[in-house]
Design a protein around this ligand. Structure first.
Ligand code: ADP
Ligand code: MG
Length: 328
């Protein structure tokens, strides 16, 4: 990428190097490849996530939030496997060299990377329409990765945190934009849920050995639960009343709030199977992590997902979840 102001290599040097040290990293930014040395007895867990300007984020969204969310979404996949981050690769396509944007982007991504020990150890920088692709590399003790398969009939369906908050945050942002309102403060709750999600790395790590099955909720509870059910060859029954709704849904009509909790994406909470006889252990885990872990139903032998209301009647479901390629 040539530019009158900043060359590709100056840009990499300035914004994307110097944050590449950590356990297991033999060689970071600057050579043809990064070199990693995972601990003996561990497997590598690798995943990539792409965010495209206009599809996954607003063109005028603060760059720090873009950097944070691109990394958070990718790290959430490591959390869902019970893996701990070793490092990340950033493939970024930029329309130009807006230094203020790049600085804020690198800071937003860098702060989360530092907090969750996921140093930036390489990448690729090209010119074109703005898009950000983050590859995460993690390690997990051999055989202990949390997969989508492995849920058994009788296991509890458990979810972390609360659901629907990202969807509510996105709605609030759309309404604000339509009304031409001022951008919210960074610490605004509705803003935080959609723009600054928190990958549940500590929870994923703590789940290892207790369960074999987890997924992160990126497309929506029902859609992601369906992935577990398909991979595990089972079904599930959920109790609508027990699904933890984000406080941001407090003022919403009941049906709309339930739908947001069931189908709103981007919450990045973890959904997992848990042995029914270990409810006490689940409470211990939740208090240790200071994160709500809520039993919302049970895996069943019969295929399909049923959601029951307070009287035990099935709720009719509309939206299954987000699908980039769904015909509208
Ligand atoms: P090559 O041409 O050998 O693929 P590059 O010239 O693309 O290497 O990159 C030079 C070095 O800078 C490599 O170590 C690469 O990993 C790193 N790098 C390039 N872009 C980024 C980026 N956006 N973030 C972090 N590291 C990057
Ligand atoms: Mg090379």
């Amino acid at each position: 990428m040539a530019d009158a102001h900043l060359s590709e290599f100056e840009l990499i040097e300035r914004f994307f190097s110097g944050r590449d040290r950590g356990p297991g990293i033999v060689l970071g930014v600057g050579d043809d490849c990064t070199l990693l040395s995972p601990r003996p007895g561990h497997q590598l867990a690798v995943s990539v996530d792409t965010m495209v300007c206009g599809t996954h984020f607003f063109p005028d969204q603060p760059a720090a939030a873009v950097g944070h969310k691109a990394l958070a979404a990718a790290l959430s996949d490591l959390a869902a496997m019970g893996a701990e981050p070793l490092g990340t690769l950033l493939a970024i396509t930029l329309p130009g060299t807006d230094e203020a944007w790049l600085m804020a982007f690198a800071e937003g991504m860098g702060a989360l990377a530092e907090r969750l020990r996921a140093p930036l150890i390489g990448g690729d920088t090209t010119r074109g329409p703005l898009a950000v692709s983050v590859t995460v590399i993690g390690e997990v003790p051999a055989g202990l990765a949390l997969r989508r398969s492995g849920a058994e009939p009788g296991n509890l369906v458990v979810v972390s945190g609360s659901l629907g908050g990202a969807f509510a945050g996105l709605q609030a942002e759309r309404e604000r934009r339509e009304a031409g309102g001022k951008p919210p403060a960074v610490q605004d709750a509705s803003h935080r849920r959609f723009f600054w999600p928190e990958p549940r790395i500590a929870l994923g790590r703590a789940l290892r050995g207790h369960t074999r099955t987890a997924i992160d909720i990126s497309d929506g509870l029902l859609a992601d639960l369906a992935h577990i059910c398909t991979a595990s060859g089972c079904g599930a029954t959920l109790e609508a009343e027990s699904i933890p709704r984000d406080p941001l849904l407090a003022g919403w009509a009941d049906a709309a709030a339930l739908s947001a909790a069931l189908s709103g994406g981007d919450d990045y909470e973890l959904l997992f199977a848990w042995p029914a006889r270990q409810r006490t252990e689940l409470r211990v885990l939740a208090s240790g992590l200071q994160l709500p872990l809520t039993v919302i139903g049970e895996f069943r032998r019969e295929p399909g997902i049923r959601v029951l209301d307070a009287t035990g009647q099935p709720v009719t479901l509309a939206e299954p979840g987000f699908d980039h390629f769904r015909a509208d």
